[in-house]
Design a protein. Sequence first.
Length: 364
Amino acid sequence: MSTVVIVGAGVTGMVTAMECALAGHRVTLLDRGPIPNPASTSADQHRALRVQRPGDPVLTAQMTDARKRWLGLESVLGTDFLRLVGIVTAWPADDATGEIVELPPVLFPSGTVGVLDPDAGVLLADKFLHAAAHWLAEHPAVSVRAECPVRFVADHWVSLSDGTALGADLVAVAAGPWSRDLVDVPVALFRQTMAYLRPPADLASWWETAPGVGGVGADGRAWLLPPGDGTLLKISSDAVCRKVESTAEGELETWGDWLPARPRRTGRPISESPAHPVTPPRTGRMPALPWAERLLAEPILSDMDRYTVVAVRECHYAAAPDTGGPLLLHPKPGLWVRPSCGGSGFAAAPLVANTIVEAMEATA
Ligand SMILES: Cc1cc2nc3c(=O)[nH]c(=O)nc-3n(C[C@H](O)[C@H](O)[C@H](O)COP(=O)(O)OP(=O)(O)OC[C@H]3O[C@@H](n4cnc5c(N)ncnc54)[C@H](O)[C@@H]3O)c2cc1C
């Protein structure tokens, strides 16, 4: 049995902790906030799991593996959190291969058709995080420590903010966009606006079984995740994604009634979280929010006026500055870091966990 200290209890930390415990290792999982932490990048109603990557057989094989691992995690937790509704991507009509589907409530850019990725789906992010937190808290080989900020990481050990040190065979830093506060790596930080909508009553049942959609909007960079299992319809676009220097830069555009749907283990309001200083959500009529207004003006849905905007939220993600993609680093023999996670970082978390389990085996 080897020991691992995992810094950060977002999806990367949680899945890694589960896989390490299942492989027979002793795990300490730390987060500076509650676990799960509503201020983490992972905390949200849903995240897309795309499998088919046209022209990229390696990534397609990796995401097929990730999907299989998510189904395995469902079995371990005894909870369904992967909605296999497929994802439809707008594709040039004269170049489209695969099953073409029509989705009347969705606007596809002119000259494109919707191609279905039947293996794709929607991960119910918050539902997974809460189930995993519960499983980890009950596991005899796992020590879960919330409200435990890490100040410093090094080869085989971490230093906590109270001055104590924890040693382990392996340290895994899974602190999302905040990893760069602990490890000196170049990571680009982005902020993106998302809007949560309630469909009109006459379309509610259509949306309950609808797939996710990508490649839509004015410049083909918008996407939506369908409502279902208690979640709302979420829309966003890379057109409202901008580079920021830190998660604390400027004031976040948050509005609406989305917090009650996100149960928390401790009573600390999100506005007080040191990880994510935000303006408390406001309800009533949506105030002037420039990024949200720009998003809501995107041609994503026909009859957009008939949808109720329930909430607006902003979220950060980190990416490798050169490729914009994911990054998993191994700077020291006993130190792994996932400082940046790209746009598929949630779905790919089991692949990171598997790499770290393999590193644990090598350590043993
Ligand atoms: C708008 C948007 C849409 C996205 N859509 C998708 C999608 O559809 N599909 C997909 O797969 N991915 C998507 N992603 C990416 C995905 O959400 C992230 O890649 C993923 O959630 C990152 O998880 P993580 O566990 O690595 O980091 P996080 O979830 O950010 O977790 C990091 C944790 O570390 C803790 N922490 C930080 N510093 C410290 C410290 N010093 N000490 C202790 N704890 C610390 C934090 O409190 C936090 O809980 C999206 C991201 C954004 C922003």
